[in-house]
Design a protein around this ligand. Structure first.
Ligand code: DGL
Length: 286
């Protein structure tokens, strides 16, 4: 079983691609809807909530957990791997969505610094749209500059966007918010047009069409869920002990810390199919 975690619905955009790419695996999705959004919380709180979620998924039998949340990946992942994992669960692993994106942008392997095929932005400018906390963490510009110093990054926080998406605000409202954030980003570049744009929050694929419309035509939108799915497939090939064995259960189970009915009613927009969420308390009883 592979755990997939997000503060709310956003990780479903990733899970959808994971299932398409790895149909033989069994995924347990946990959305911490009771505490979403994370993007405006303090780092210490994000760390604590993320750790609790990971422990829960480990206790349920997941030995590998993917943080399908940029905010948790940028704020909590490195600290969790360094301070907690090796002492508390040395045979388990936690991965994030942040590393595969940086690898794809810089065409450089995170593990050994070797070049990867298919650089997206040769040099020039990359725009990163993300939650306030991800932007404040500075993680994207820092990690990109370490691997591809020739790339410049313009980071744009979209502080209201996750709450508006989770709150099912009308498309016209979402579109005008996105248009505003894109205009703010462009005002910072001194007229330069980004070659690529990262939607560095797993909620944003839901408003990708508004970003595509608002961004200059030559700016390429990166597909984070697809990139993450390809990266997990590669990881499982290299670490087969975390992969499904022939004949084992496949599919997905959906858990939330929020109200399962409310969460399920809205989930199909993110997942592309009907989804039945269950209370995470059930998971604790198993
Ligand atoms: N979907 C999450 C991300 O990728 C964060 C959303 C939030 O809780 O603010 O950053």
């Amino acid at each position: 079983m592979i755990g997939v975690f997000d503060s709310g619905h956003g990780g479903l955009t990733v899970l959808r691609q994971l299932i398409a790419r790895l149909p033989q695996e069994y995924f347990v999705y946990f959305g911490d809807h009771a505490h979403a959004p994370y993007g405006r919380r303090e780092p210490e709180e994000i760390y604590r909530l993320t750790l609790e979620a990971v422990e829960r998924l480990f206790q349920h039998g997941c030995r590998l957990v993917l943080l399908a949340c940029n905010t948790a990946s940028a704020v909590a992942l490195r600290r969790m791997q360094q301070d907690w994992l090796s002492q508390n669960a040395p045979n388990h692993r936690v991965l994030g969505v942040f590393v595969p994106m940086v690898e794809a942008l810089t065409a450089t392997s995170w593990r050994d610094g070797l070049p990867l095929p298919g650089r997206v932005a040769e040099d020039g400018l990359v725009a990163v749209f993300a939650t306030q906390r991800t932007v404040l963490s500075g993680a994207y510009p820092l990690e990109i500059s370490l691997r591809a110093p020739q790339l410049r990054v313009v980071a744009q926080a979209c502080p209201q966007l996750v709450a508006a998406i989770e709150g099912q605000e009308p498309q016209t409202r979402l579109k005008s918010m996105v248009t505003g954030y894109v205009a703010e980003m462009l005002a910072k570049t001194g007229g330069a047009v980004p070659g690529a744009a990262v939607l560095g929050c797993t909620h944003y694929p839901l408003v990708a069409e508004h970003f595509a419309e608002a961004l200059p035509e030559t700016t390429r939108l990166m597909d984070q869920p697809g990139i993450v799915a390809a990266s997990l497939a590669d990881y499982l090939e290299r670490h087969p002990r975390f992969a499904a064995t022939p004949g084992s259960l496949s599919g997905a189970r959906f858990l939330t810390s929020g109200d399962p009915q409310t969460v399920s009613a809205f989930a199909s927009r993110f997942f592309g199919a009907e989804v039945a969420f269950h209370s995470a308390k059930e998971l604790d009883r198993i």
